[in-house]
Design a protein around this ligand. Structure first.
Ligand code: GRG
Length: 346
């Protein structure tokens, strides 16, 4: 079975469970749940059914495949798969507010349509629904100790997300962010939840701590590579494919890896100085400022540097999978998915 065929089987199951978990409990709550459903890509902003971009559903797929690779029935991991996806979507709804982003996945963001107060409330609902989704692991016959391990794994990842987001926000006002600080930030903001996704799949399937650790590290390293790739796409990605304007990360002076690389070029003070000067100006950059930054990044070889860094985390991820010693179809799909993600354009 190909990876695409596996996606075609898994995605409807993930979608059905997400719909079940976020079902409107009473007609009087149609508007509130409608906002959640809007973000999840199932209705338009008048709350009419629509087939919109719901995102890649990468985390639940990673969770289910990790469970299956360890020989368990992936149905048992569905509550965990939904939980990670809902946490991810919760964090996106709040991130859009914090970043004042008007678009996500090619559509207006929740706060842009219904306002910040409602947006916060939609995010909060998604967060609680994620935890409620996870609590259903017991209904699928999972032992109490594995349920507890799963809850802890998700909670630690949520805390890491908040910590990473905190640093990401503080970085916006700083020009002295170094590589280690950047790596710590993306580890928490992004890699922690991908690590939790694969870890949760493994926890559902086994008590073997070593194996669980290998799957955790697979998700973690993949998450690092994934975020660096996101940084690259945020600067050089295709506007239409990405669903948001190109180079917005430059306009907003985000401290992404290519930028940090140039700012930390102690041996080329000229190029670092030029970028510092542009980034020290107040407010977002205008088009000519964006072009100047792009040309500096180009001259410094910043894209190549970031691509090499993404590729080294990608190799570490594949190494973690190899160390499990497991060979089966689900395991090959995990490898293939990792390779596909490195070639993604959105
Ligand atoms: C979890 C308690 C708790 C708080 C969250 C807001 C916040 C604190 C964290 C923000 C974290 C964040 C937005 C990280 C970005 C991660 C990332 C690379 C998102 C894009 O992921 P994709 O490409 O998205 O998988 P799709 O659209 O495919 O779902």
């Amino acid at each position: 079975m190909s990876l695409q065929e596996t996606f075609d089987i898994l995605l409807p199951q993930i979608e059905a469970d997400l719909q079940e978990v976020t079902r409107t409990p009473h007609q009087s709550l149609d508007t509130y749940y409608g906002m959640l459903h809007y973000h999840l890509g199932w209705v338009d902003h008048d709350l009419h059914p629509v087939l919109a971009n719901s995102g890649k559903r990468l985390r639940p797929v990673l969770c289910l495949l990790s469970c299956q690779a360890l020989g368990a029935n992936l149905q048992q991991a569905i509550p965990a798969a939904s939980a990670v996806e809902l946490i991810h979507n919760f964090s996106l709804v709040h991130d859009d507010i914090q970043d004042a982003s008007p678009t996500r996945r090619g559509r207006r963001t929740v706060w842009d349509i219904w306002g910040i107060a409602q947006g916060i409330n939609v995010g909060d609902g998604l967060f609680v629904l994620a935890r409620l989704a996870l609590h259903r692991l017991g209904d699928r016959g999972l032992s109490l100790s594995r349920q507890q391990a799963a809850t802890l794994a998700l909670d630690w990842a949520c805390l890491a997300l908040c910590e990473g987001q905190h640093f990401d926000m503080t970085f916006q006002d700083r020009l002295d962010v170094d590589l280690d600080q950047y790596l710590w930030m993306i580890h928490h903001k992004t890699a922690a939840l991908l690590a939790a996704a694969t870890q949760l799949g493994a926890i559902v399937a086994t008590d073997d701590m070593k194996l669980i650790r290998h799957y955790f590290l697979f998700g973690e390293n993949l998450g690092m590579a994934f975020q660096i790739q996101d940084d690259i796409l945020g600067i050089w990605g295709d506007e239409l494919v990405m669903g948001k304007s190109a180079a917005t990360d430059i306009r907003d002076k985000k401290k992404t890896l290519p930028v940090i690389y140039v700012l930390s070029q102690a041996d080329d003070r000229d190029i670092a100085g030029q970028l510092t000067e542009l980034y020290a100006q107040p407010g977002p950059l205008d088009n000519s400022g964006i072009q100047d930054v792009l040309s500096i990044l180009d001259r410094a070889g910043a894209r190549q540097y970031a691509e090499e860094m993404a590729s080294s985390y990608h190799h570490l991820a594949l190494q973690s999978l190899e160390q499990t010693g497991i060979e089966n179809v689900a395991q090959s799909h995990l490898c293939e998915l990792a390779v596909t993600l490195m070639r993604r354009t959105a």
